[in-house]
Design a binder for this molecule. Structure first.
Ligand code: AMP
Length: 281
Protein backbone atom coordinates (compact mmCIF):
# COMPACT_ATOMS: atom_id res chain seq x y z
CA UNK A 1 0.00 0.00 0.00
CA UNK A 2 1.31 3.42 -0.98
CA UNK A 3 1.17 6.50 1.22
CA UNK A 4 1.04 9.80 -0.63
CA UNK A 5 1.33 13.12 1.18
CA UNK A 6 1.24 15.85 -1.48
CA UNK A 7 -1.49 16.95 -3.88
CA UNK A 8 0.94 17.03 -6.81
CA UNK A 9 2.05 13.44 -6.27
CA UNK A 10 -1.53 12.31 -5.72
CA UNK A 11 -2.63 13.96 -8.96
CA UNK A 12 0.26 12.40 -10.90
CA UNK A 13 -0.56 8.95 -9.51
CA UNK A 14 -4.29 9.37 -10.25
CA UNK A 15 -3.53 10.54 -13.77
CA UNK A 16 -1.31 7.49 -14.34
CA UNK A 17 -4.06 5.16 -13.10
CA UNK A 18 -6.65 6.84 -15.34
CA UNK A 19 -4.33 6.60 -18.35
CA UNK A 20 -4.01 2.88 -17.65
CA UNK A 21 -7.81 2.59 -17.69
CA UNK A 22 -8.15 1.79 -13.99
CA UNK A 23 -11.36 2.76 -12.17
CA UNK A 24 -10.54 4.81 -9.06
CA UNK A 25 -12.74 4.40 -5.97
CA UNK A 26 -12.28 6.94 -3.18
CA UNK A 27 -13.19 6.96 0.52
CA UNK A 28 -12.58 10.30 2.26
CA UNK A 29 -12.20 10.06 6.05
CA UNK A 30 -10.85 11.93 9.04
CA UNK A 31 -9.04 8.78 10.18
CA UNK A 32 -9.28 6.86 13.46
CA UNK A 33 -10.80 4.23 11.24
CA UNK A 34 -13.59 1.95 12.43
CA UNK A 35 -15.97 -0.60 10.90
CA UNK A 36 -18.09 2.23 9.43
CA UNK A 37 -15.16 3.54 7.39
CA UNK A 38 -13.97 0.04 6.51
CA UNK A 39 -17.41 -0.92 5.18
CA UNK A 40 -17.06 1.98 2.71
CA UNK A 41 -13.57 0.78 1.70
CA UNK A 42 -15.08 -2.64 0.97
CA UNK A 43 -17.84 -1.08 -1.15
CA UNK A 44 -15.18 0.85 -3.10
CA UNK A 45 -13.17 -2.38 -3.43
CA UNK A 46 -16.13 -4.11 -5.10
CA UNK A 47 -16.75 -1.26 -7.52
CA UNK A 48 -13.27 -0.03 -8.44
CA UNK A 49 -9.87 -1.31 -9.56
CA UNK A 50 -7.92 0.94 -7.21
CA UNK A 51 -9.10 2.11 -3.80
CA UNK A 52 -7.78 5.35 -2.34
CA UNK A 53 -8.55 6.33 1.27
CA UNK A 54 -7.80 9.85 2.44
CA UNK A 55 -7.04 10.61 6.06
CA UNK A 56 -7.27 14.28 6.92
CA UNK A 57 -8.75 15.92 10.00
CA UNK A 58 -10.15 18.91 8.18
CA UNK A 59 -9.89 22.04 10.37
CA UNK A 60 -12.33 24.12 8.30
CA UNK A 61 -15.28 21.90 9.16
CA UNK A 62 -14.85 22.36 12.91
CA UNK A 63 -16.43 25.34 14.66
CA UNK A 64 -14.36 27.51 17.05
CA UNK A 65 -15.51 25.64 20.17
CA UNK A 66 -15.57 22.16 18.70
CA UNK A 67 -13.27 19.18 19.17
CA UNK A 68 -10.58 19.75 16.49
CA UNK A 69 -7.70 19.61 19.00
CA UNK A 70 -8.87 16.47 20.77
CA UNK A 71 -10.19 14.64 17.68
CA UNK A 72 -8.68 11.12 17.95
CA UNK A 73 -5.76 10.28 15.67
CA UNK A 74 -3.74 7.07 15.15
CA UNK A 75 -2.13 6.87 11.73
CA UNK A 76 -0.27 3.59 12.24
CA UNK A 77 -3.44 1.80 13.21
CA UNK A 78 -5.35 3.43 10.32
CA UNK A 79 -2.67 2.28 7.91
CA UNK A 80 -3.02 -1.33 9.00
CA UNK A 81 -6.83 -1.31 9.01
CA UNK A 82 -7.11 0.41 5.62
CA UNK A 83 -4.73 -2.10 4.06
CA UNK A 84 -6.59 -5.07 5.57
CA UNK A 85 -9.88 -3.72 4.20
CA UNK A 86 -8.42 -3.47 0.70
CA UNK A 87 -7.07 0.07 0.26
CA UNK A 88 -4.25 0.49 -2.29
CA UNK A 89 -3.27 4.06 -1.50
CA UNK A 90 -3.65 6.32 1.52
CA UNK A 91 -3.67 10.02 0.73
CA UNK A 92 -2.41 11.63 3.95
CA UNK A 93 -1.76 15.32 3.41
CA UNK A 94 -0.75 17.79 6.10
CA UNK A 95 -2.86 20.80 7.05
CA UNK A 96 -0.32 23.06 5.29
CA UNK A 97 -0.56 20.98 2.13
CA UNK A 98 -4.34 21.42 1.93
CA UNK A 99 -4.53 24.98 3.26
CA UNK A 100 -1.20 26.72 2.56
CA UNK A 101 -0.64 30.25 3.88
CA UNK A 102 -2.82 32.69 1.97
CA UNK A 103 -5.56 30.15 1.24
CA UNK A 104 -8.80 32.00 0.35
CA UNK A 105 -11.23 29.83 -1.61
CA UNK A 106 -14.32 28.10 -0.21
CA UNK A 107 -17.15 26.20 -1.87
CA UNK A 108 -20.67 26.49 -0.48
CA UNK A 109 -24.03 24.88 -1.23
CA UNK A 110 -27.07 27.03 -0.40
CA UNK A 111 -30.29 26.17 1.36
CA UNK A 112 -29.81 22.46 2.22
CA UNK A 113 -26.80 23.35 4.42
CA UNK A 114 -28.80 25.71 6.63
CA UNK A 115 -31.00 23.12 8.39
CA UNK A 116 -30.29 20.09 10.60
CA UNK A 117 -26.54 19.97 11.38
CA UNK A 118 -26.02 23.23 9.45
CA UNK A 119 -28.29 25.12 11.86
CA UNK A 120 -26.12 24.47 14.91
CA UNK A 121 -22.83 24.22 12.95
CA UNK A 122 -23.09 27.19 10.56
CA UNK A 123 -19.60 26.86 9.00
CA UNK A 124 -19.44 23.06 9.03
CA UNK A 125 -20.68 22.29 5.53
CA UNK A 126 -18.63 25.03 3.92
CA UNK A 127 -15.59 23.21 5.31
CA UNK A 128 -16.83 19.75 4.29
CA UNK A 129 -17.72 20.81 0.76
CA UNK A 130 -14.46 22.70 0.25
CA UNK A 131 -12.30 19.80 1.40
CA UNK A 132 -14.28 17.29 -0.68
CA UNK A 133 -13.87 19.46 -3.79
CA UNK A 134 -10.13 19.70 -3.11
CA UNK A 135 -9.79 15.97 -2.40
CA UNK A 136 -11.72 15.12 -5.58
CA UNK A 137 -9.29 17.28 -7.59
CA UNK A 138 -6.33 15.52 -5.95
CA UNK A 139 -7.61 11.93 -6.22
CA UNK A 140 -9.57 12.24 -9.52
CA UNK A 141 -11.94 9.41 -8.52
CA UNK A 142 -14.54 7.78 -10.76
CA UNK A 143 -16.60 7.14 -7.65
CA UNK A 144 -16.50 8.27 -4.03
CA UNK A 145 -18.18 6.37 -1.20
CA UNK A 146 -19.83 8.19 1.71
CA UNK A 147 -21.77 6.83 4.70
CA UNK A 148 -25.50 7.22 5.31
CA UNK A 149 -24.49 7.94 8.93
CA UNK A 150 -23.89 11.55 7.79
CA UNK A 151 -27.10 11.69 5.75
CA UNK A 152 -27.11 15.45 5.20
CA UNK A 153 -23.44 15.40 4.17
CA UNK A 154 -24.17 12.77 1.50
CA UNK A 155 -27.04 14.85 0.09
CA UNK A 156 -24.93 18.02 0.11
CA UNK A 157 -21.93 16.38 -1.60
CA UNK A 158 -24.21 14.85 -4.24
CA UNK A 159 -25.58 18.33 -4.88
CA UNK A 160 -22.10 19.87 -5.16
CA UNK A 161 -20.99 17.14 -7.59
CA UNK A 162 -24.10 17.69 -9.72
CA UNK A 163 -24.06 21.48 -9.64
CA UNK A 164 -20.32 21.83 -10.32
CA UNK A 165 -20.26 19.05 -12.95
CA UNK A 166 -17.73 16.83 -11.23
CA UNK A 167 -17.42 13.82 -13.53
CA UNK A 168 -17.87 11.16 -10.87
CA UNK A 169 -20.44 9.08 -9.02
CA UNK A 170 -21.37 9.37 -5.35
CA UNK A 171 -22.16 6.04 -3.69
CA UNK A 172 -23.72 5.90 -0.20
CA UNK A 173 -23.14 2.93 2.12
CA UNK A 174 -25.46 1.93 5.01
CA UNK A 175 -24.93 2.90 8.67
CA UNK A 176 -22.77 0.39 10.53
CA UNK A 177 -23.73 -0.12 14.17
CA UNK A 178 -22.33 -1.70 17.31
CA UNK A 179 -24.10 -4.87 18.40
CA UNK A 180 -26.37 -2.92 20.73
CA UNK A 181 -27.39 -0.51 17.98
CA UNK A 182 -25.18 2.53 18.63
CA UNK A 183 -24.01 3.93 15.29
CA UNK A 184 -20.22 3.57 15.16
CA UNK A 185 -18.39 6.90 15.32
CA UNK A 186 -14.85 8.06 16.10
CA UNK A 187 -16.50 10.37 18.66
CA UNK A 188 -17.90 7.38 20.62
CA UNK A 189 -14.41 7.19 22.18
CA UNK A 190 -15.22 10.38 24.13
CA UNK A 191 -18.15 8.74 25.99
CA UNK A 192 -17.89 7.66 29.64
CA UNK A 193 -19.53 4.28 30.42
CA UNK A 194 -22.65 6.11 31.73
CA UNK A 195 -22.82 8.28 28.60
CA UNK A 196 -22.27 5.25 26.38
CA UNK A 197 -25.33 3.67 27.97
CA UNK A 198 -27.47 6.78 27.49
CA UNK A 199 -26.25 7.16 23.89
CA UNK A 200 -28.31 4.08 23.08
CA UNK A 201 -31.37 6.33 23.28
CA UNK A 202 -30.56 7.70 19.79
CA UNK A 203 -30.98 4.32 18.15
CA UNK A 204 -33.85 3.36 20.49
CA UNK A 205 -35.81 6.48 19.56
CA UNK A 206 -35.28 5.79 15.85
CA UNK A 207 -36.46 2.19 16.28
CA UNK A 208 -39.52 3.48 18.12
CA UNK A 209 -40.22 5.94 15.28
CA UNK A 210 -39.92 3.12 12.71
CA UNK A 211 -42.39 1.08 14.76
CA UNK A 212 -44.85 3.98 14.98
CA UNK A 213 -44.73 4.40 11.19
CA UNK A 214 -45.16 0.66 10.71
CA UNK A 215 -48.28 0.80 12.91
CA UNK A 216 -49.75 3.56 10.77
CA UNK A 217 -48.59 6.83 12.37
CA UNK A 218 -48.06 9.47 9.69
CA UNK A 219 -47.96 12.75 11.67
CA UNK A 220 -44.34 13.74 12.08
CA UNK A 221 -45.06 15.98 15.08
CA UNK A 222 -46.36 13.03 17.09
CA UNK A 223 -43.37 10.92 16.13
CA UNK A 224 -40.89 13.65 17.08
CA UNK A 225 -42.69 14.33 20.40
CA UNK A 226 -42.39 10.66 21.42
CA UNK A 227 -38.74 10.50 20.37
CA UNK A 228 -38.03 13.70 22.30
CA UNK A 229 -39.61 12.21 25.42
CA UNK A 230 -37.62 9.00 25.19
CA UNK A 231 -34.35 10.93 24.85
CA UNK A 232 -35.15 13.54 27.49
CA UNK A 233 -35.73 10.77 30.05
CA UNK A 234 -31.97 10.26 30.12
CA UNK A 235 -29.99 12.47 32.49
CA UNK A 236 -27.01 13.32 30.32
CA UNK A 237 -28.69 13.98 26.97
CA UNK A 238 -29.53 17.28 25.35
CA UNK A 239 -31.35 17.48 22.03
CA UNK A 240 -29.82 19.55 19.24
CA UNK A 241 -32.48 18.54 16.72
CA UNK A 242 -34.89 15.77 15.79
CA UNK A 243 -36.34 16.28 12.31
CA UNK A 244 -38.42 14.36 9.81
CA UNK A 245 -37.51 15.52 6.32
CA UNK A 246 -37.58 14.55 2.68
CA UNK A 247 -34.52 12.30 2.06
CA UNK A 248 -33.39 14.22 -1.04
CA UNK A 249 -34.59 17.81 -0.61
CA UNK A 250 -34.19 17.77 3.20
CA UNK A 251 -37.40 19.84 3.44
CA UNK A 252 -39.43 19.29 6.63
CA UNK A 253 -42.42 16.96 6.30
CA UNK A 254 -45.65 17.31 8.24
CA UNK A 255 -46.95 13.94 7.13
CA UNK A 256 -45.06 10.86 6.00
CA UNK A 257 -46.40 10.04 2.58
CA UNK A 258 -43.77 7.79 1.04
CA UNK A 259 -40.13 8.04 2.05
CA UNK A 260 -38.91 10.12 4.95
CA UNK A 261 -35.57 10.64 6.65
CA UNK A 262 -35.75 10.83 10.43
CA UNK A 263 -32.53 12.45 11.61
CA UNK A 264 -31.28 13.57 14.99
CA UNK A 265 -28.31 15.15 16.72
CA UNK A 266 -28.03 14.71 20.46
CA UNK A 267 -25.43 15.85 22.96
CA UNK A 268 -24.58 13.08 25.38
CA UNK A 269 -22.52 14.89 27.99
CA UNK A 270 -20.30 17.11 25.85
CA UNK A 271 -20.25 14.73 22.88
CA UNK A 272 -22.52 15.49 19.95
CA UNK A 273 -23.78 12.31 18.25
CA UNK A 274 -25.88 11.96 15.11
CA UNK A 275 -27.96 9.13 13.74
CA UNK A 276 -30.84 8.62 11.31
CA UNK A 277 -33.13 6.18 9.60
CA UNK A 278 -35.17 6.19 6.41
CA UNK A 279 -38.79 5.07 6.75
CA UNK A 280 -41.01 4.09 3.88
CA UNK A 281 -44.78 3.67 3.72
P1 AMP B 1 -15.48 10.75 9.17
O1 AMP B 1 -14.14 10.13 9.33
O2 AMP B 1 -16.27 10.78 10.44
O3 AMP B 1 -15.44 12.06 8.46
O4 AMP B 1 -16.31 9.77 8.23
C1 AMP B 1 -15.83 9.41 6.96
C2 AMP B 1 -16.90 8.66 6.23
O5 AMP B 1 -17.29 7.52 6.95
C3 AMP B 1 -18.18 9.50 6.02
O6 AMP B 1 -18.69 9.28 4.71
C4 AMP B 1 -19.10 8.95 7.07
O7 AMP B 1 -20.47 9.08 6.74
C5 AMP B 1 -18.69 7.49 7.09
N1 AMP B 1 -19.09 6.86 8.34
C6 AMP B 1 -18.78 7.25 9.60
N2 AMP B 1 -19.36 6.43 10.51
C7 AMP B 1 -20.07 5.53 9.81
C8 AMP B 1 -20.91 4.42 10.16
N3 AMP B 1 -21.13 4.09 11.44
N4 AMP B 1 -21.47 3.70 9.17
C9 AMP B 1 -21.26 4.02 7.88
N5 AMP B 1 -20.48 5.05 7.48
C10 AMP B 1 -19.89 5.78 8.42
Amino acid sequence: MKIIKTVKEMQAEAEKLRQAGRVIGFVPTMGYLHEGHLSLVRIARERADVVIVSIFVNPTQFGPNEDLEKYPRDFERDERLAEEAGADIIFYPSEKEMYPAGYLTYVTVDEITKTLCGASRPTHFRGVITICAKLFHAVKPHLAVFGQKDAQQAVVIRRMVKDLDFDMEIVVGPIIREEDGLAISSRNSYLSPEEREEALSLHQSLKMAEEMVRKGERRTRDIVDKMRKLIEEKKRTQIDYIDVIHPETLKPLEMIENRALIALAIFVGKTRLIDNTIVEV
